[in-house]
Ligand binder design. Structure first.
Ligand SMILES: Nc1ncnc2c1ncn2[C@@H]1O[C@H](COP(=O)(O)OP(=O)(O)O)[C@@H](O)[C@H]1O
Ligand SMILES: Nc1ccn([C@@H]2O[C@H](COP(=O)(O)O)[C@@H](O)[C@H]2O)c(=O)n1
Length: 206
């Protein structure tokens, strides 16, 4: 009988530590059995827009995501098929022409801000985790990260935060925490949460 694929979803505010938790979990399992996919890879294609227009997109609204493609790929992985995940480049606010090949794995960990908003998508996860990190810490981390790694300056990060990131967090992301199976405080370095999740995933896999 083919082995079941366990699909894990990690949601929470931007820079709340979702990627760090996913990366930490991956290290806890043999690499060939676990893979990680970021919801950000599924931002809608914006090739038809100018750079000036792309900057104005609300990247924290569910409409900015191609969740239909994400769900299609998720189901393909469940069926044992290989997928080509779009590669995203934050500096051009768009997908590149490249894709990343992801082979079927025993455990697939998705991380993203809006994973639990759409009912059809959130139901696809076997386990749902929500990172409960205070917003001031998220903003501080986001400022550092976006300036160092995503080609932004302080003014643009703060403007975007006030105009879309914070309002969309309050409207969509925070209300969706009610759908999580486990709320994780103190971010991706919470060793007790990591141990609990590891044990649960092991019990589902074996
Ligand atoms: N518990 C933590 N303590 C210190 N730094 C952290 C912690 N969690 C995340 N970070 C740092 O904050 C930044 C954002 O974390 P990340 O995991 O990328 O967030 P997300 O995926 O939720 O956007 C990264 O630079 C990461 O190294
Ligand atoms: N072109 C883009 C696309 C996305 N963002 C921001 O990324 C955040 C989600 O990614 P995390 O790793 O922080 O979870 C989201 O809050 C978007 O505002 C962007 O700035 N530019």
């Amino acid at each position: 009988m083919p082995q079941k694929t366990i699909i894990v979803g990690i949601a929470g505010a931007s820079a709340s530590g979702k990627s760090l938790l996913a990366e930490t979990l991956i290290k806890e399992f043999p690499s060939e059995h676990v893979c990680m996919i970021s919801e950000d890879s599924y931002y809608k294609d914006q090739s038809h827009l100018s750079m000036e227009e792309r900057v104005k997109t609300n990247y924290d609204h569910p409409e900015s995501m191609d969740h239909a493609l994400l769900l299609k790929h998720l189901n393909m992985l469940k069926e044992g098929q290989t997928i080509e995940v779009p590669e995203y480049d934050y500096s051009i606010h768009n997908r590149t022409n490249n894709t990343r090949r992801v082979e079927p794995a025993r455990v697939v960990i998705y991380e993203g801000i809006l994973l639990f908003v759409d009912p059809a998508l959130r139901e696809a996860f076997d386990l749902r985790f929500y990172m409960d990190t205070p917003l001031d810490i998220c903003l501080t981390r986001r400022l550092q990260r976006d300036i160092i790694s995503r080609g932004r300056d302080m003014e643009s990060v703060i403007n975007q935060y006030m105009e879309t990131v914070r309002p969309m967090f309050l409207q969509f992301i925070e209300p969706a925490r009610q759908h999580a199976d486990l709320i994780i405080p103190r971010g991706g370095k919470n060793q007790i949460a990591i141990d609990l999740i590891k044990t649960k995933i092991h019990s589902l896999v074996n």
